[in-house]
Ligand binder design. Sequence first.
Ligand code: NAP
Length: 286
Amino acid sequence: MKILLTGANGLLGSAIRTVSLNRGHTCVPLNRDKYDWKKSYVDSVTHNDADVLIHAAADTDVERCEIHPEICYRDNYLLSQHAAMLAASTNKKFVFISSTGVYGCEKSTPYAEYDSVNPTTQHHKSKVLAEHSIQRILPRSLIIRAGWLFGVGENGAKNFIANRIAEAKNSSSGIISANKDQFGNPSYNLDIAERIIELMELDFFGVFNCTNAGAASRFEYVREIVALAKIPVSVVESSSQSFNRIAQVSNNESATDWRSRAMGLASLPDWRHSLERHILSLSAST
Ligand SMILES: NC(=O)c1ccc[n+]([C@@H]2O[C@H](COP(=O)([O-])OP(=O)(O)OC[C@H]3O[C@@H](n4cnc5c(N)ncnc54)[C@H](OP(=O)(O)O)[C@@H]3O)[C@@H](O)[C@H]2O)c1
């Protein structure tokens, strides 16, 4: 298949490029320079014989979205709606990347796709607006709710693991802290990309949670990162209150892959397994 991809240099977009090429597809990146949605972006989508448009571009800075909601809704809602309309008018399948953070704080156990959404931040509200709009425009679109992503992206920006490793290495006290209250699914960008392309190939549509198996608190996640990187520091528990965040992110962003399993697919590997794979690949490349 020929795939057009927005956000192609981001953490997930980079992995989608790698995986789609490995699986024999052609992937055409639509980066920011081709993404003027009033001009060239329109041209590059409509004047292209691609089969699928995967929309992975988003404003992913949850704190900034809270401070500048007008930019957040423009980039996460209007731009996504616009991309879906273009896909519809050019007969392309559409894949949208959302987040398991949309479920909010109604439960303390992992969410399934049949749970209702109650977003608590501007970022996650903008994702829900986009999801609903896209489903109205293209009822057969594929909506991926991704978990906490890790891996390497082309743009090298936000990188939770590299930041924690640097923090641990630079700790003069030999102690670092991590949130014991917030839960999610650490998820390898390459595993998530593999599942997205698989769902696309199968022509599945609708909402799919997409995470590595198993939930963890930030504390458990950071403890595992430090152990796998073999850094001799202690990780101690802190609470959500000590982080002083502007965005009221839910303490439970964890989810299960109920729908994928119900439709006959195997779960993705346990997050610890994929984290180990990733950290080994980092050590091999240094
Ligand atoms: N990272 C996570 O933990 C996580 C969790 C759940 C869901 N998701 C979702 O997964 C998707 C991919 O996230 P990611 O982690 O790969 O994000 P990322 O690394 O921040 O990359 C986002 C990409 O979107 C592009 N972009 C942002 N605003 C744009 C705009 N107005 N016009 C054109 N391009 C724009 C960026 O371009 P530049 O490179 O030019 O800035 C970048 O390539 C997003 O929908 C995100 O909400 C991510």
